[in-house]
Write a protein that binds this ligand. Structure first.
Ligand code: NDP
Length: 285
């Protein structure tokens, strides 16, 4: 029977450390840390995410600046706002909530954010830095997963690590981080021939697909660490992961629940990146 990895507890402890460091920076150097959050349109899920990010800022002692733009905002208007925030000294991190309305070019918007303020780590400069292992910011979800793995005390070095999913925001950077820690990494995706066979080899299995209960207990090696990134909304309104928790917990040594596993870590890592951006700007990092 697996130990359940408590993402809420790990996230709370990360945020507590950030809050202490933020207070110390304010006291010692008079530094105020600010995160600008840009939301375009009125997508209800995006509104919830933005509100949660603002609450997290408050909890750790950051200023949060919200820019809520109407759904018919033009590309030029949005780029002009990003440019203004790039040059605003109060703003250490800029987050543009995705997805953007269809008429806007997401890639161009991300590319316009100054890499030093790109606390989501989606800018190509930051993505490239992850590849060569010289990063300041890590994308929030994979960074949070690394903290969760660390919380188990299981060493990554030399382990068989299998990542299911190859998206730019989760699967690919996740694989790089495990590789940097000297795991032997296999990346699976929708064209992988025998997913179960790959999964069964994993000492550390990270599943980021978006298909409810894709990975079942019979696909898991005895004693594996299983990280379930999936957040799937079922018809009954409940959240469900990509891993069949009930059968998987009988095989795994550690497993994340959904909700309460990876989810809470993502915002904590956003706060960590914003703190890092402020420290770099002031030459403290
Ligand atoms: P994407 O849709 O961008 O990527 C999904 C990946 O899964 C693709 O690489 C795809 O392969 C692969 N895939 C699809 N079907 C299969 C299959 N049957 N077998 C193996 N691989 C498959 O999703 P994201 O990476 O953005 O997100 C994945 C999940 O994680 C979602 O449920 C999302 O909601 C959740 N998520 C949770 C976060 C959190 O904070 N907890 C943050 C971000 C995401 P291919 O490339 O071949 O198409």
């Amino acid at each position: 029977m697996a130990n359940i990895i408590d993402g809420k507890a790990v996230s709370a402890s990360v945020k507590e450390k950030i809050a202490k460091e933020t207070a110390a920076l304010k006291e010692k150097y008079g530094i105020n840390i600010g995160l600008a959050v840009v939301i375009v349109g009125d997508d209800p899920a995006s509104r919830i995410y933005v509100n949660n990010k603002k609450k997290a800022c408050e909890a750790v002692g950051f200023e949060s600046y919200e820019y809520a733009l109407s759904a018919d905002t033009t590309q030029e208007e949005l780029l002009a706002l990003v440019d203004k925030l790039n040059n605003d000294d109060k703003v250490n991190g800029i987050l543009v909530q995705l997805p953007l309305p269809k008429h806007l070019d997401e890639k161009a918007v991300i590319n316009s954010i100054s890499p030093e303020k790109d606390v989501d780590a989606f800018h190509p400069v930051n993505v490239g830095k992850i590849m060569i292992g010289e990063y300041s910011f890590l994308p929030c979800t994979p960074a949070g997963i690394m903290e969760l793995i660390a919380s188990t005390g299981v060493e990554i070095k030399g382990k068989e690590c299998v990542v299911v999913g190859r998206s730019n925001i989760v699967g690919k950077p996740m694989s790089m981080l495990l590789l940097h820690e000297s795991g032997t990494v296999t990346i699976c995706h929708s064209k992988t021939n025998d997913l179960a066979e790959h999964c069964r080899k994993a000492d550390i299995l990270v599943v980021a697909v978006g298909v409810p209960k894709l990975v079942t207990g019979d696909m898991i090696k005895e004693g594996a660490v299983v990280i379930d990134v999936g957040m799937n909304r079922l018809e009954n309104g409940k959240l469900c992961g990509d891993v069949d928790f009930d059968s998987a917990k009988e095989k795994a040594s550690f497993i994340t629940p959904v909700p309460g596993g990876v989810g809470p870590m993502t915002i904590a890592m956003l706060m960590k990146n914003t703190l890092t951006a402020a420290k770099i700007k002031h030459g403290i990092a």
